[in-house]
Design a binder for this molecule. Sequence first.
Ligand SMILES: [Zn+2]
Length: 348
Amino acid sequence: MPSDVAPARDLHARLADGPVLCAEGYLFELERRGYLQAGTFVPEVVLEHPDALAQVHREFVRAGSDIIEAFTYYGNRDKLRLIGKEEQLEPLNRQALRLAHGVAAEFDDRPLVAGNLSNTNVYRPADRAAIATARAMFEEQAVWAAEEGADLIIGETFYHAGEARLALEVIAGIGLPAVITLALPARGTLLDDVSVADACAALADDGADVVGLNCFRGPATTLPPLRAILDRVDVPVAALPVPYRTTEAHPTYFDLPDARATVGAPDGQTFPLALEPQLCTRFEVAAFTRAAVELGVRYLGLCCGAAPHVIRSMAEELGRTPPASLYSPDASRLSALGTDPRLTARDG
Ligand SMILES: [Zn+2]
């Protein structure tokens, strides 16, 4: 971190002031922008198009995100090996943190910079060798994030309670605050047969600063399991759904039907490339924000599918006016439909 930058208010100071907002969803957003390949979903953009990534960080902060999450999701040894670029692992992780710091320094109210660990394809419950491999992958990423001045580390999208606890153990070991969020599959329990309430209680006992849910589920199907978590833990609870219209019958974004599609998605599978018709509007996202805060959620955001306009709607629902609020909608000046007396050239 540049030494001439004022220190950011830390995570706990921000949580004491009110809900903390964190925009996520970089994989989807950079895929849409043409800088990242769907399928492998490796964050090569960090090294190959750093300006494109910095712009997304900037837009999310302008929209109200209190945290810049360095883009190291799936930036782990296993994934880099998959694309034959293992030698880029450390440069990618360090560059991701440096980019995040660079954008953070552009803002007077400097956002926090978070390192990021995520679910691996390596972890297997009760498989000691697999657990050791996952731990080593977490350790190297966490150490690089700490050396590059991360304010906290977010461990996210874990669908095994055991993998989440492993990530937390690593983060706690290097002494940084930990936000740990779980991704709840459609079946309603984590893949190691632990409920998210039990998993979050264990994470809180293990010292996590914030616990909760991210990804997989949209607002409607994230709220019920959140209630169970809020009943069980005293630490701040996080909610970062995907902004898609999941339902009780289709609780995750992996199998959302699209009956009105005129051209079917490949194999009838709307995830991950044909989800646009299922997107929540900014008003639906604002309503989720209100409902979650009323339940007691203190750390909010959106995962895959997030975009600046919906992050801004969350910030504004929290009573804030982030820089992007300068351009918030003004329906009174909408041509043909508006009521502003200065409108001219109106039909009829
Ligand atoms: Zn996600």
